[in-house]
Design a protein around this ligand. Sequence first.
Ligand code: BES
Ligand code: MN
Ligand code: ZN
Length: 503
Amino acid sequence: MIKFSVTSGHQELYPDSCIITGTFEELNLFPSTKKIDDVSKGYISSLLRRGALHGKVAQTLLLYDVPHLHNRQILLVGCGKKSDFDENCYRKLIRKITILCKEIPIIKILLFLSELNIKGYDNYWKIRQTMEIVNEELYVFNKFKNSKKTTLNKSLNEIILHIPNENELGCCKKSIRDGLSIVHGIKIAKDLGNMPPNFCTPDYFVNQVNELSNCDNVTINIINALEMKKLGMNAYLAVGKGSNYAPTMPIIKYRGHPEGANVPPIVLIGKGLTFDSGGISIKESNKMDEMKYDMCGAAVVYAIMRIAIELDLPLNIIGILAICENMISHTSFRPGDILTTLSGKTVEVLNTDAEGRLVLCDALTYAERYKPDVVIDIATLTGACVIALGHHFSGLMSNNKNLADELILAGQQSKDYVWKLPLDEVFQKQLKSTCADMTNVGGRPGGAITAGCFLHQFAYKYRWAHLDIAGTAWISDYCDKSATGRPVALLSQYLINRSSHKI
Ligand code: BES
Ligand code: MN
Ligand code: ZN
């Protein structure tokens, strides 16, 4: 992992670092660039006058041996028009710098971009974003590759962020602390998501959870298939019937609220299908491999619990991982089966590939026992959500406007966006069944919403939000497939926001 720190010290203290600083299109130098220009007796401004850099957003110019300067390299970055500069330009610059560092040996950076003012975004935000973007660009999953690239000594390993105002250092250090936990959490979620389904089995997941059992303020409770049977979680159990691995529902309880264990918890439920073949309603084989990512919701919840523990958040949080595998066998559940859910409501299975809602409905009913403050489920639930929102926004449905607004805000702050879909009564009739209380599919129109409506039937006793991350949990380009770790950033921001309300 890259080391991050903040300083307001002079650049001369960092002779072995590459200074990164900017210039606008109007050739309007940053204060720090101006300083370097003075030290180098006008070398920089003379280069700019001769057209070496126009200052367009993310244009770069790497300089070695600048006259009279002690630092080994300077990277000048174009920042566009001063009046147009916004948070998205900032993100673009950081991404460009990181990509450049993969190609050119820049080992240590002293970054001056925090002197750029962005309306509505402070240095805390800039630091967190920098950390997240750098780690995202440098992420590799090579556990199963024989040729692991080990460029450790020759590649970027430290970023020092220069904060001009010494008074801000405290807040910026907190940003580094929060950022480290979050980027670590994102990496955990990605690694888990990227694991192949013959390794990342339900048992493997449980082992990961058990690793947390010695943490302070944490208790682990594993609901196994036998217990599910006793409780009546028949919808959940049905989905796992065709698999060699028994369904399992690990629960991670974290008590961090200063007023004690009785304060109503925030409950997070993650869909954890370690593989979704579709069951008897089998999926087509094209891209079926990607259904190893169908546990990304659970991976996100697991990562969030680790972040909460590491940051000692002053909240009570319960993470429920709804784990099982949807396979085909003579023991599989079938289209036509009627299942009695934990709530008592009956469901007619019309498609065994709509399995996510079947595990989640029982997990949602199970969550009632905690008398939760809010419940948020995170699930790679519907292909329809990918069609509706593409790969940039996760779908959000909620029975509470306040909760939805808080999640939308956290999405905007973290740039891990969500978009609200209507959870309206009118969709409910698409789930009508001739012989049970409801069916498990509502047809193609509004497929993401009818899935949300299905869950809503089981989530009426508390404030609840549903995040459909089918389009955002992983990317699948032509030659690049990877879990994204989304929405770890969004949910950590939500929890951090909740934490500061309380203290
Ligand atoms: N895990 C899938 C959803 C999915 C599909 C996510 C493709 C990302 C890409 C889910 O279990 C599923 O199969 N949903 C069905 C529901 C349908 C049968 C009502 C779907 O979306 O096709
Ligand atoms: Mn499915
Ligand atoms: Zn699924």
